[in-house]
Write a protein that binds this ligand. Structure first.
Ligand SMILES: CSCCC(=O)C(=O)COP(=O)(O)O
Ligand SMILES: [Zn+2]
Length: 207
């Protein structure tokens, strides 16, 4: 049986994984796992928590209006909860991960004006569900709107069913999946691809 307590523990495990990778610097990032779809209930990190040292108490149960249903007094859900809610409404995903890394920021800035970054014929695209040897995917990039309602809408609008990730320019990435394990794999694959694309670009300029 799925419970908030179990999903909160999964959020803590996901934070540990992302933290071990160095993907949650300076309290950045927010992570969530679906508890119920109807009505929508999500286990999500609280705003401002140090996600590199996340405890179960740092995970709140919220509804589709961002109201806290379970959690310690005074704790507010992630400031970017709106993005998670919009993505859960658009896709049948079970987990959403948002991290800030140097490589996803570099790629978002380099390709931000185009609104997407193209990845072609790369083995890691298989981790995103593209098995064709000629596979091509576009990872969308949206502006880093300060209005977080607008950011949520922009991320959900840009998100497509065939690429489970969106970059936010000079900010970070949202990646998702049907399960926490899928979301983690998708995030890891896109992070790999961001580093690859950036280093490839640099090597072409230098070489
Ligand atoms: C210091 S990071 C700035 C806010 C941010 O982008 C982020 O991911 C963390 O915000 P939250 O409210 O989820 O802690
Ligand atoms: Zn962020």
């Amino acid at each position: 049986m799925i419970t908030f307590e179990k999903q909160a523990q999964t959020v803590v495990s996901l934070a540990q994984f992302c933290s071990d990778k160095g993907w949650l610097p300076a309290t950045s990032g927010n992570l969530s796992v679906l508890v119920d779809r109807n009505p929508l209930a999500i286990a999500i990190t609280r705003s401002g928590a140090d996600k590199q040292r996340l405890h179960v108490e740092d995970v709140l149960l919220i509804d589709d209006k961002m109201q806290v249903q379970s959690g310690l007094d005074g704790y507010r859900p992630s400031a970017e909860t709106s993005v998670h809610i919009e993505l859960y409404k658009k896709f049948s995903c079970g987990s959403i991960l948002h991290v800030h890394t140097v490589f996803n920021n570099l790629v978002s800035e380099l390709y931000g004006d185009v609104g997407a970054v193209l990845v072609r014929r790369h083995e890691l695209l298989k981790a995103l569900g593209h098995w064709d040897e000629d596979a091509e995917v576009r990872i969308p990039i949206v502006p880093n709107y300060a209005d977080l309602t607008r950011l949520g809408e922009a991320v959900a609008e840009a998100a497509t069913a065939d690429v489970p990730a969106v970059l936010v320019r000079n900010h970070g990435i949202y990646a998702w999946g049907e399960t926490a394990q899928d979301a983690r794999r998708h995030l890891e694959a896109v992070e790999f691809l961001c580093e690859y694309l950036y280093r490839l670009g640099v090597s072409r300029v230098v070489g």
